[in-house]
Design a protein around this ligand. Structure first.
Ligand code: KIV
Length: 294
Protein backbone atom coordinates (compact mmCIF):
# COMPACT_ATOMS: atom_id res chain seq x y z
CA UNK A 1 0.00 0.00 0.00
CA UNK A 2 1.65 3.15 -1.15
CA UNK A 3 0.21 6.62 -1.55
CA UNK A 4 2.68 7.46 -4.32
CA UNK A 5 3.63 5.42 -7.36
CA UNK A 6 6.90 3.63 -6.53
CA UNK A 7 8.35 4.25 -9.95
CA UNK A 8 11.94 4.07 -8.75
CA UNK A 9 11.43 0.84 -6.82
CA UNK A 10 11.89 -2.42 -8.75
CA UNK A 11 8.72 -4.49 -8.56
CA UNK A 12 8.94 -8.26 -8.48
CA UNK A 13 6.27 -10.90 -8.87
CA UNK A 14 8.32 -13.28 -6.72
CA UNK A 15 8.86 -13.06 -2.98
CA UNK A 16 6.75 -11.49 -0.26
CA UNK A 17 3.89 -9.13 -1.04
CA UNK A 18 4.02 -5.52 0.19
CA UNK A 19 2.84 -5.05 3.77
CA UNK A 20 -0.57 -3.39 4.03
CA UNK A 21 -2.64 -2.01 6.90
CA UNK A 22 -5.19 -4.90 6.68
CA UNK A 23 -2.30 -7.40 6.72
CA UNK A 24 -0.86 -5.74 9.85
CA UNK A 25 -4.25 -5.96 11.56
CA UNK A 26 -4.42 -9.62 10.50
CA UNK A 27 -0.98 -10.26 12.07
CA UNK A 28 -2.42 -9.08 15.37
CA UNK A 29 -5.56 -11.19 14.96
CA UNK A 30 -3.52 -14.30 14.11
CA UNK A 31 -0.98 -13.65 16.87
CA UNK A 32 1.88 -13.26 14.36
CA UNK A 33 4.63 -11.02 15.73
CA UNK A 34 5.21 -7.81 13.76
CA UNK A 35 8.86 -6.92 13.12
CA UNK A 36 9.69 -3.24 12.84
CA UNK A 37 13.09 -1.58 12.59
CA UNK A 38 14.33 1.92 11.87
CA UNK A 39 16.32 2.82 8.76
CA UNK A 40 17.79 6.12 7.62
CA UNK A 41 19.42 5.53 4.24
CA UNK A 42 19.51 3.33 1.14
CA UNK A 43 21.80 0.58 2.49
CA UNK A 44 19.98 0.23 5.83
CA UNK A 45 16.69 0.04 3.91
CA UNK A 46 18.11 -2.70 1.69
CA UNK A 47 19.24 -4.61 4.78
CA UNK A 48 15.74 -4.32 6.30
CA UNK A 49 14.22 -5.45 3.01
CA UNK A 50 16.51 -8.49 2.71
CA UNK A 51 16.05 -9.43 6.35
CA UNK A 52 12.28 -9.56 5.75
CA UNK A 53 11.02 -7.02 8.29
CA UNK A 54 7.37 -5.95 8.15
CA UNK A 55 7.55 -2.24 8.95
CA UNK A 56 10.38 0.26 8.52
CA UNK A 57 10.35 3.51 10.47
CA UNK A 58 12.43 6.46 9.39
CA UNK A 59 12.70 7.48 13.03
CA UNK A 60 13.69 10.92 14.22
CA UNK A 61 16.26 8.91 16.20
CA UNK A 62 18.20 9.39 12.95
CA UNK A 63 18.86 12.91 14.27
CA UNK A 64 21.26 11.27 16.73
CA UNK A 65 22.34 8.04 15.02
CA UNK A 66 23.18 9.44 11.59
CA UNK A 67 23.13 13.25 11.83
CA UNK A 68 25.03 13.52 15.12
CA UNK A 69 22.63 15.86 16.96
CA UNK A 70 22.57 15.50 20.75
CA UNK A 71 18.80 14.74 20.74
CA UNK A 72 15.90 14.32 18.32
CA UNK A 73 14.76 17.93 18.83
CA UNK A 74 16.85 19.80 16.20
CA UNK A 75 16.12 17.63 13.16
CA UNK A 76 14.18 19.48 10.45
CA UNK A 77 11.41 18.30 8.13
CA UNK A 78 13.74 18.62 5.14
CA UNK A 79 16.43 16.51 6.81
CA UNK A 80 13.86 13.83 7.66
CA UNK A 81 12.51 13.91 4.10
CA UNK A 82 15.99 13.38 2.69
CA UNK A 83 16.52 10.33 4.93
CA UNK A 84 13.04 8.98 4.14
CA UNK A 85 13.49 9.38 0.37
CA UNK A 86 16.72 7.37 0.50
CA UNK A 87 15.00 4.64 2.53
CA UNK A 88 12.11 4.58 0.05
CA UNK A 89 14.56 3.82 -2.77
CA UNK A 90 15.91 0.81 -0.89
CA UNK A 91 12.57 -0.76 0.07
CA UNK A 92 9.98 -2.83 -1.77
CA UNK A 93 7.72 -4.69 0.65
CA UNK A 94 7.83 -3.30 4.22
CA UNK A 95 5.36 -0.59 5.20
CA UNK A 96 7.30 2.67 5.33
CA UNK A 97 6.49 5.01 8.21
CA UNK A 98 7.97 8.51 8.47
CA UNK A 99 8.44 10.12 11.89
CA UNK A 100 7.07 13.66 12.12
CA UNK A 101 9.85 15.69 13.77
CA UNK A 102 9.45 17.91 16.80
CA UNK A 103 7.76 21.23 15.95
CA UNK A 104 6.33 20.01 12.64
CA UNK A 105 2.82 19.01 13.75
CA UNK A 106 1.98 20.32 17.22
CA UNK A 107 0.82 23.86 16.36
CA UNK A 108 -2.40 23.12 14.46
CA UNK A 109 -4.24 20.41 12.52
CA UNK A 110 -3.40 22.30 9.32
CA UNK A 111 0.32 22.21 10.13
CA UNK A 112 0.12 18.50 10.98
CA UNK A 113 -1.68 17.62 7.73
CA UNK A 114 0.69 19.72 5.62
CA UNK A 115 3.76 18.04 7.15
CA UNK A 116 2.29 14.56 6.86
CA UNK A 117 1.44 15.22 3.21
CA UNK A 118 5.08 16.07 2.50
CA UNK A 119 6.22 12.71 3.92
CA UNK A 120 3.75 10.90 1.64
CA UNK A 121 4.18 13.04 -1.45
CA UNK A 122 7.88 13.95 -1.42
CA UNK A 123 9.43 10.92 0.32
CA UNK A 124 6.97 8.18 -0.68
CA UNK A 125 6.13 7.13 2.88
CA UNK A 126 3.05 4.97 3.40
CA UNK A 127 2.22 6.41 6.83
CA UNK A 128 3.48 8.82 9.47
CA UNK A 129 4.14 8.55 13.20
CA UNK A 130 3.68 11.23 15.84
CA UNK A 131 4.42 11.31 19.55
CA UNK A 132 2.29 11.75 22.70
CA UNK A 133 -1.36 11.79 23.58
CA UNK A 134 -2.97 15.09 24.60
CA UNK A 135 -3.12 17.53 21.71
CA UNK A 136 -1.43 14.96 19.44
CA UNK A 137 -4.69 12.97 19.52
CA UNK A 138 -6.45 15.76 17.60
CA UNK A 139 -3.51 16.03 15.19
CA UNK A 140 -3.63 12.27 14.58
CA UNK A 141 -7.39 12.43 13.93
CA UNK A 142 -6.95 15.30 11.46
CA UNK A 143 -4.17 13.52 9.54
CA UNK A 144 -6.21 10.29 9.38
CA UNK A 145 -9.21 12.26 8.14
CA UNK A 146 -6.96 13.72 5.44
CA UNK A 147 -6.40 10.16 4.24
CA UNK A 148 -2.97 9.47 5.70
CA UNK A 149 -2.42 6.49 8.02
CA UNK A 150 -0.99 7.40 11.43
CA UNK A 151 0.98 5.41 13.99
CA UNK A 152 0.85 6.71 17.58
CA UNK A 153 3.69 6.65 20.13
CA UNK A 154 3.22 6.95 23.90
CA UNK A 155 5.13 6.18 27.11
CA UNK A 156 8.64 7.59 26.83
CA UNK A 157 8.34 10.13 24.02
CA UNK A 158 11.88 11.42 23.29
CA UNK A 159 10.65 14.69 21.70
CA UNK A 160 9.27 15.71 25.12
CA UNK A 161 11.75 13.83 27.33
CA UNK A 162 12.64 16.97 29.30
CA UNK A 163 9.03 17.44 30.38
CA UNK A 164 8.89 13.75 31.32
CA UNK A 165 11.90 14.09 33.63
CA UNK A 166 14.50 12.73 31.19
CA UNK A 167 15.00 9.53 29.22
CA UNK A 168 13.46 7.25 31.84
CA UNK A 169 10.78 4.59 32.01
CA UNK A 170 7.22 5.92 32.19
CA UNK A 171 4.01 4.54 33.72
CA UNK A 172 5.65 3.21 36.87
CA UNK A 173 3.02 4.71 39.16
CA UNK A 174 -0.69 3.85 38.84
CA UNK A 175 -1.48 7.48 37.99
CA UNK A 176 1.17 7.66 35.25
CA UNK A 177 0.17 4.25 33.87
CA UNK A 178 -3.49 5.33 33.64
CA UNK A 179 -2.41 8.45 31.73
CA UNK A 180 -0.38 6.34 29.25
CA UNK A 181 -3.30 3.91 28.82
CA UNK A 182 -5.77 6.77 28.25
CA UNK A 183 -3.48 8.29 25.61
CA UNK A 184 -3.16 4.94 23.82
CA UNK A 185 -6.92 4.40 23.81
CA UNK A 186 -7.55 7.98 22.62
CA UNK A 187 -5.07 7.50 19.75
CA UNK A 188 -6.87 4.31 18.70
CA UNK A 189 -10.19 6.18 18.79
CA UNK A 190 -8.61 8.93 16.66
CA UNK A 191 -7.99 6.32 13.96
CA UNK A 192 -4.33 5.31 14.44
CA UNK A 193 -3.60 1.96 12.78
CA UNK A 194 -0.93 0.98 15.35
CA UNK A 195 0.76 2.36 18.41
CA UNK A 196 4.30 2.29 19.78
CA UNK A 197 4.66 1.85 23.55
CA UNK A 198 8.12 2.93 24.66
CA UNK A 199 9.80 2.22 28.01
CA UNK A 200 6.87 1.26 30.19
CA UNK A 201 6.51 -1.75 32.52
CA UNK A 202 5.57 -4.94 30.68
CA UNK A 203 2.55 -5.46 32.97
CA UNK A 204 1.20 -2.01 32.08
CA UNK A 205 1.72 -2.71 28.37
CA UNK A 206 -0.24 -5.97 28.72
CA UNK A 207 -3.22 -4.12 30.24
CA UNK A 208 -3.12 -1.55 27.45
CA UNK A 209 -2.92 -4.29 24.78
CA UNK A 210 -6.03 -5.90 26.25
CA UNK A 211 -7.89 -2.60 25.82
CA UNK A 212 -6.97 -1.68 22.23
CA UNK A 213 -7.60 -3.59 19.03
CA UNK A 214 -4.84 -2.05 16.92
CA UNK A 215 -1.37 -3.64 16.90
CA UNK A 216 0.87 -2.54 19.74
CA UNK A 217 4.57 -2.29 18.89
CA UNK A 218 6.80 -2.41 21.94
CA UNK A 219 10.22 -0.93 22.60
CA UNK A 220 11.16 -1.47 26.22
CA UNK A 221 7.56 -2.49 26.92
CA UNK A 222 7.97 -6.26 27.14
CA UNK A 223 6.26 -8.76 24.84
CA UNK A 224 3.77 -7.03 22.51
CA UNK A 225 2.09 -7.57 19.13
CA UNK A 226 5.37 -6.47 17.59
CA UNK A 227 8.76 -5.04 18.46
CA UNK A 228 10.79 -2.11 17.13
CA UNK A 229 14.48 -1.38 17.63
CA UNK A 230 16.75 1.34 16.35
CA UNK A 231 18.92 -0.07 13.52
CA UNK A 232 22.16 1.37 14.92
CA UNK A 233 21.42 0.03 18.43
CA UNK A 234 20.60 -3.51 17.38
CA UNK A 235 23.62 -3.77 15.09
CA UNK A 236 26.01 -2.03 17.46
CA UNK A 237 26.84 0.86 15.11
CA UNK A 238 25.95 3.76 17.44
CA UNK A 239 28.47 4.63 20.14
CA UNK A 240 26.27 7.02 22.15
CA UNK A 241 24.15 6.03 25.15
CA UNK A 242 22.04 2.96 24.44
CA UNK A 243 18.90 2.25 26.47
CA UNK A 244 18.77 -0.95 28.51
CA UNK A 245 15.95 -2.32 26.34
CA UNK A 246 18.06 -2.13 23.17
CA UNK A 247 19.51 -5.60 22.75
CA UNK A 248 22.67 -5.68 20.64
CA UNK A 249 22.49 -8.43 18.02
CA UNK A 250 25.84 -7.58 16.37
CA UNK A 251 28.92 -5.41 16.85
CA UNK A 252 29.12 -3.85 13.42
CA UNK A 253 30.93 -0.71 14.62
CA UNK A 254 33.91 -2.76 15.77
CA UNK A 255 34.08 -4.39 12.32
CA UNK A 256 33.84 -0.98 10.63
CA UNK A 257 36.61 0.51 12.77
CA UNK A 258 38.80 -2.57 12.23
CA UNK A 259 38.23 -2.40 8.45
CA UNK A 260 39.08 1.30 8.17
CA UNK A 261 42.10 0.89 10.49
CA UNK A 262 43.41 -1.96 8.31
CA UNK A 263 42.92 0.17 5.20
CA UNK A 264 44.87 3.02 6.86
CA UNK A 265 47.68 0.63 7.84
CA UNK A 266 47.94 -0.78 4.30
CA UNK A 267 48.02 2.70 2.73
CA UNK A 268 50.77 3.72 5.15
CA UNK A 269 52.79 0.55 4.59
CA UNK A 270 52.18 0.90 0.80
CA UNK A 271 50.76 -2.63 0.58
CA UNK A 272 47.53 -1.17 -0.83
CA UNK A 273 46.88 -0.83 -3.70
CA UNK A 274 48.29 -4.17 -4.90
CA UNK A 275 48.68 -5.07 -8.62
CA UNK A 276 45.17 -6.59 -8.73
CA UNK A 277 43.68 -3.18 -7.84
CA UNK A 278 45.46 -1.40 -10.73
CA UNK A 279 44.56 -0.92 -14.41
CA UNK A 280 47.12 -1.95 -17.05
CA UNK A 281 48.07 -0.27 -20.32
CA UNK A 282 49.47 -1.88 -23.44
CA UNK A 283 53.33 -1.54 -23.62
CA UNK A 284 53.14 0.17 -27.00
CA UNK A 285 50.53 2.63 -25.84
CA UNK A 286 52.61 3.38 -22.78
CA UNK A 287 55.72 3.96 -24.87
CA UNK A 288 53.76 6.28 -27.19
CA UNK A 289 52.31 8.08 -24.22
CA UNK A 290 55.80 8.64 -22.74
CA UNK A 291 57.11 9.79 -26.10
CA UNK A 292 54.18 12.15 -26.47
CA UNK A 293 54.99 13.77 -23.16
CA UNK A 294 58.54 14.80 -24.19
O1 KIV B 1 12.66 7.63 16.36
C1 KIV B 1 12.60 6.43 16.59
O2 KIV B 1 13.50 5.65 16.25
C2 KIV B 1 11.41 5.93 17.30
C3 KIV B 1 11.41 4.49 17.68
C4 KIV B 1 12.32 4.25 18.80
C5 KIV B 1 10.05 4.01 17.97
O3 KIV B 1 10.52 6.66 17.53
Amino acid sequence: MSATPRTTVPQSLDGPLPMTLPRLAECKRLGEAIVMVTAYDYPSAQVAQEAGVDVVLVGDSGAMTVLGYPSTIPVSIDEMLMLASAVRRGLRTPLLVGDLPFGSYETSNEQAIATAQRFIKEAGCDAVKLERGGTSVERARAIVQAGIPVMGHVGLTPQTATALGGYRAQGRTAEQAIAVARDAIALEEAGCFAIVLEAIPAAVAQEIMARVEIPVIGIGAGPADGQVLVFHDLLGIYDGHVARFAKRFADVRAHMVAGVAEYAAEVRSRTFPAPEHCYSIDDEQLANFRAGLT
